[in-house]
Design a protein around this ligand. Sequence first.
Ligand SMILES: [Zn+2]
Length: 267
Amino acid sequence: MDNLSLILSFIFGTVIGSFLNVVSLRFNTGTGIGGRSKCMSCGTTLTWKELIPIFSFTVQKGACKKCRSKISWQYPLVEFMAGALFVLVFMTFPPTSLLSGLTTFIYIVASCLLVVISAYDIKHKIIPDQFVYTFILLSLINLCVGGVSWLHVPSIPALIAGPLLALPFAFLWWVSKGRWMGLGDAKLLLGIGWFLGLSWGVNALILAFWIAAAVSVVWMLATYKRFKSRTEIPFGPYLILGMYLVLIFRIQVIDMQLVKELLVAYL
Ligand SMILES: [Zn+2]
């Protein structure tokens, strides 16, 4: 894709990202999605100049124009993430035919859902069913469409990949009564498994564990005295990060084909 299209998809992504902020912040608050955006502190209705993604936050130095109260970092961060994901999706899965166009569309919608899930999980340590079920449904449609040949073709093993990745986590959730792992992570893995297939799915999972462990260690050192061992770490965003690392960079930390051959040879 040419540079202009990529710049336009970034801008389009940030605009959608600004809507995703509204969705994740108003979900379960009873406010509804409609209605003009207001300052969370003074309640002033915001003008269009204060609603330009990333730009407004930067120009206003992260504070409300009227009451100068701080605006959450979530706004520009989610807008930027959505913009970056739109660019990456259009670069990795460009719409060149009807089938690949459908694939691009599925990945764009999935990215929107995953941005909302990440933002919500970081803030509330929970993954709302409505979003994750929609993601699962989308992953199943994507599996049937089979638009990405290097990932998988619609087949029985590809269909088994989702439950196979999700079940160990559902089991951990059940054994620990939800203390080690939320059931939301298992649901998320069902969708990721169907999106990536077993081999790439396992790679995404390993990457998620490594990054989560590295971040936790840094976090523990940084907050040494205040750190409580019971601090809950939302795992959803790491799983999602692992999925994108595999999808976009095809990072392979473990060669599943080799594992399979070794198992066949020694068993
Ligand atoms: Zn204000």
